[in-house]
Design a protein around this ligand. Structure first.
Ligand code: NAP
Ligand code: ZN
Length: 347
């Protein structure tokens, strides 16, 4: 066992505090990663605060991990000491069900093993990336291509893949009108990726505050949703809408912005249900769908795509002691556009 420094939540309401946790010995198929950077995802906050159900504490969040391999097990073939690697939202799955066999491990029929707060296959509770080291089975470790710095790569492991996957699946590309709702961690990556795929991209943000950023990130158009005329102006426009908002919104109003046969894909995961007026679907043969992260193969594909197109996250690197302040700023939609913890400050 390896005792490592970490930051943990000890309850749903209190601040995160410095602590130490144990990492398992490196097994034959494991790699030990020295974490360099860990992104702060809104899902960390939802989880810690119990939005998605009760948790056991202490809980070390963090599923946007970028680091360097420092040890490999005797049977490891995919990674070597010194490799630049990443770990996202899952660290295991059954590997045998229909979905795992298709490379869609995130939809494992037995449930994938989350990077934190999940029961691992050895019965222990997983602890995430707000720590200095992690031991992960090699199949759930991806390679960060040369050309993407580790700090801007970290958020790709969740925000990047969670937006790449539905954009790819629903065919974002030339001739497609794509809207991104919410310009936060996921939203800003959705804009960059959809633009790189060749789509015509529109940001739908609460206000005009981030307009300059949205256009700089690659959006062709930008509208404020606090202006009611936005919904009249854009009715029936989009082939694809990706909703990244962490709170409940009037989803039926957004469905009206879809063109015939358009799809609104929800990746935002608010604590409360999103009620839908079915007429906003019926009148336009529209779809309302959801999407969770992406498979391991697809995560590697996304990283390669980002390297090819020179994409990384827009980040604010923070020391560990600023994690609680960062949480408050994420909750206030005041993040530009991902906080990334410098793991060297975890002591
Ligand atoms: P984030 O950085 O906080 O971004 C969310 C954005 O939504 C905010 O920046 C804001 O953008 C908008 N927003 C927030 N509150 C709002 C409100 N009350 N009304 C309207 N708009 C609001 O969060 P994130 O890390 O991108 O995560 C977004 C959501 O995706 C979270 O619920 C997270 O748990 C979920 N998630 C899902 C998956 C998946 O696999 N499906 C993976 C990762 C995360 P504007 O200021 O531009 O309006
Ligand atoms: Zn996440």
């Amino acid at each position: 066992m390896l005792t490592v420094n970490a930051y943990a939540a000890t309850s749903a309401t209190g601040p995160l505090v410095p602590t130490t946790i144990e990492r398992r010995d490196v097994g034959p198929h494991d790699v030990l990663i020295e974490i360099k950077y860990a992104g702060i995802c809104h899902s960390d906050i939802h989880t810690v605060r119990g939005d998605w159900g009760p948790q056991s504490y202490p809980l070390v969040p963090g599923h946007e991990i970028a680091g360097i391999v420092t040890e490999v097990g005797s049977s490891v073939t995919r990674h070597a000491v010194g490799d630049r690697v990443g770990v996202g939202c899952m660290v295991n799955s059954c590997g045998e069900c229909t979905n795992c066999c298709k490379g869609e491990e995130q939809y494992c029929l037995k449930g994938n093993t989350g990077t934190y707060g999940a029961v691992d296959r050895d019965g222990t509770t997983t602890q995430g990336g707000y720590s200095t080291h992690v031991v992960v089975t090699e199949d759930f470790v991806v390679t960060i291509p040369e050309g993407i710095e580790l700090d801007v790569a970290a958020p790709l492991l969740c925000a990047g893949i969670t937006t790449y996957s539905p954009l790819h699946h629903w065919g974002a590309g030339p001739g497609k009108k794509v809207a991104v709702v919410g310009l936060g961690g996921l939203g800003h990556m959705a804009v960059k990726i959809a633009h790189a795929m060749g789509a015509d991209v529109t940001v739908l943000s609460q206000s005009l505050k981030k307009q300059e950023d949205g256009l700089r990130l690659g959006a062709d158009h930008y509208y404020a949703t606090n202006e009611p005329e936005t919904f009249e102006q854009l009715a029936g426009t989009f082939d694809l809408i990706v909703n990244t908002v962490s709170a409940t919104i009037d989803i039926s109003a957004y469905l009206q912005l879809l063109a015939l046969d358009g799809a609104l894909v929800n990746v935002g995961a608010p604590a409360e249900p999103l009620p839908v007026n079915v007429f906003s679907l019926i009148l336009g043969r529209r779809s309302f769908a959801g999407s969770a992260i992406g498979g391991i193969g697809e995560t590697q594909e996304m990283l390669n795509f980002c390297a090819e197109h020179g994409l990384g996250a827009e980040i604010e690197v923070i020391p560990a002691e600023k994690i609680n302040d960062a949480y408050e700023r994420v909750l206030a939609a005041d993040v530009r556009y991902r906080f990334v913890i410098d793991a060297a400050t975890l002591r």
